[in-house]
Design a protein around this ligand. Sequence first.
Ligand SMILES: Nc1ncnc2c1ncn2[C@@H]1O[C@H](COP(=O)(O)OP(=O)(O)OP(=O)(O)O)[C@@H](O)[C@H]1O
Ligand SMILES: Nc1ncnc2c1ncn2[C@@H]1O[C@H](COP(=O)(O)OP(=O)(O)OP(=O)(O)O)[C@@H](O)[C@H]1O
Ligand SMILES: [Mg+2]
Ligand SMILES: [Mg+2]
Lengths: 258, 258
Amino acid sequence: MAITVAVSNQKGGVGKTTTALHLAVATALAGRRVLLIDLDSQANATTALGIPEATAELPGSYHALVNSDDVSPRWAQATACPNLSVLASSLEMAGVELELSGETDRLHRLRPVIAALADSFDWIFLDCPPSLGILSVNALIAADTVLVPVPPEQYALDGMARLTSTIERLNDAGQTRIDRSMILITMAENWAPAKMKRALEMRRTHGDAVLVAEIPHSNAIDEASGERTAVYFTRPNADASENYLRATAELIMRNEPG
Amino acid sequence: MAITVAVSNQKGGVGKTTTALHLAVATALAGRRVLLIDLDSQANATTALGIPEATAELPGSYHALVNSDDVSPRWAQATACPNLSVLASSLEMAGVELELSGETDRLHRLRPVIAALADSFDWIFLDCPPSLGILSVNALIAADTVLVPVPPEQYALDGMARLTSTIERLNDAGQTRIDRSMILITMAENWAPAKMKRALEMRRTHGDAVLVAEIPHSNAIDEASGERTAVYFTRPNADASENYLRATAELIMRNEPG
Ligand SMILES: Nc1ncnc2c1ncn2[C@@H]1O[C@H](COP(=O)(O)OP(=O)(O)OP(=O)(O)O)[C@@H](O)[C@H]1O
Ligand SMILES: Nc1ncnc2c1ncn2[C@@H]1O[C@H](COP(=O)(O)OP(=O)(O)OP(=O)(O)O)[C@@H](O)[C@H]1O
Ligand SMILES: [Mg+2]
Ligand SMILES: [Mg+2]
């Protein structure tokens, strides 16, 4: 029975895809069976794992959302990384919110998809788009837990209250299993005073919701994204590499039973 | 008769808001009457200019889109920066794409808004959200020109073709006046080889669509966003400051007649 993690933040470019990718890969390298579901029409996670965008012949997340009773485990495509599969995104995801807008169950389309796949995996990661629309809310409703990547930047901090209140509203309505959010500080620059201050402020405000590990702003990450791979394979000794591994260990400890 | 610039890129966190803000402020400081229309429910541009989110009492971009015939010039609020006004965003923007989804003119709601305000301004900047949905397409249809902020990063480069083909499709359908896009390289890091290469590649591929000025990744910018102001007022001698001024000069030269 898979543990499902929504990687979500409506602010753009905070490291959702990079984080979903690196946590998924490290969890797979730790021997768990992992599925990454790409919910963003940009398909960055799909491409990062060397998988082509989904099509009618090899369906993915879009097809799963529009025909949630047809989902087949073969849609979860194996990647070059052992134990890691991906449910690929595609361009039609860009129109899915409009397409589903008339459906009464439009916020509950992802749950049956995960139910259909959960027995084949130990962990499922959901890479969300930069918005709090139908796709992200589907992820929050379907997930067991949420991990929020947050850079120590003003606009990202400004946006946190909105994500938190969305989760609380879903909680009050009994629509989500998420009781505690996890925060991962991303793109940290501890030599920049303004950013250092904001990171400390985040830890003071949110206490142990904030993972101990934080991901530094790092050229190693940028390089790896250009090479369509995870930083563990290009620069295993980089700070970013070690911190994503530590973040994965924290994630597993907090969520796996025992 | 205002010149309208859509600042657009569906990739998140590429510097749309930072660029719309800094070009708008510099154009106003150069003596032009400028309006910044905040089309993003995150309201980062609104907040950056010290303006509260729009309400029924003091309406903004959301209200303008849903009642496009009611738009009053008083909705364009003066800011602390001389010659610069803003049409403020608000949380309801998050639902506007769904709200407008049934309307036949849902892609043409911004044009009458701009028509109602164009006589009061020389330049109008549109800060777009990180998507190619109804809001961004409204902006592309309503604008005279588009400026695309692009960091020299892989995912941002991957996304460019999609924005370009969206504009071409609108052009072929006779729905947009935009004939040439401008590209502004943002968050440049010329000492990082992978990023330097991508920036050069962008210039080779897109020729003089790419502005000469490029904006470096700079703590001065981060600092200024924390202080809710433009970098010209906090660190006028910073590289980022000078390059945004140069980018503004290029923008004006390319678009103002004579
Ligand atoms: N720690 C880091 N150091 C340097 N660059 C990073 C780091 N994390 C992410 N990046 C880069 O920053 C950009 C934004 O990251 P990413 O695409 O993962 O964010 P996102 O939140 O998924 O964006 P979107 O909102 O568009 O989905 C990417 O080009 C990525 O390669
Ligand atoms: N040149 C720069 N140097 C350093 N930080 C920058 C620079 N430009 C922008 N930033 C910071 O990067 C973050 C993303 O920038 P910004 O919010 O302007 O992008 P955006 O494209 O509008 O994002 P979104 O897609 O969420 O609307 C912000 O925290 C901003 O302060
Ligand atoms: Mg992403
Ligand atoms: Mg923005």
